[in-house]
Design a protein around this ligand. Structure first.
Ligand SMILES: [Zn+2]
Length: 163
């Protein structure tokens, strides 16, 4: 049986180190209140569309938490469910995200748009309109596949989550 959707297209790898933060539902109650407070964002002079006035925590989740795309380490992106702790089956430790295999990178209007090499646009066979899915790997209905590792004992069984 073939799984074409799981075979990456050959593509260049340009690792980029980014800073991302946990989903707003994974931070303390006090911090959640601050993230949901429009006037605090205004006081911090953050450039934010007024559409977010009633829900600035959505701006946070979209622009600062959980970078999209393939990544090593970092935070889970809880797009289809609320955060759910991943506990090691051997010792009960809260597991860390190890690798994320994503169906999509990010759209052109996102702050997460990867830094582009100037020559990338002229590469043979490179379609700028397929930038959001350069590997052509397709997980489920456009989901992410995440592998988790036990932070206490890396030899403990890994777990996976598709979401
Ligand atoms: Zn463990």
């Amino acid at each position: 049986m073939q799984y074409d959707g799981y075979l990456p297209e050959p593509c260049l790898l340009h690792p980029e180190q980014v800073t991302e933060y946990p989903d707003n539902l994974e931070v303390s109650k006090e911090l959640q209140e601050q993230l949901g407070n429009w006037s605090m964002w205004q006081a911090a002079d953050v450039e934010m569309d007024s559409d977010y006035e009633s829900c600035p925590e959505e701006f946070y989740d979209s622009e600062l938490a959980g970078a999209p795309g393939w990544k090593v380490g970092g935070w889970p992106r809880w797009t289809s469910t609320d955060p759910d702790p991943r506990l090691c089956t051997a010792c009960g430790s809260d597991m860390d995200a190890l690798l994320t295999i994503a169906t999509f990178e990010s759209g052109d209007d996102s702050s997460w748009l990867p830094r582009q090499e100037p020559e990338a646009a002229s590469l043979t066979g490179f379609d700028p309109y397929e930038r959001s899915q350069p590997t052509a790997v397709h997980i489920g209905s456009g989901y992410d596949q995440q592998l988790y590792v036990c932070p206490a004992t890396p030899e403990h069984p890994h777990s996976e989550l598709m979401h």
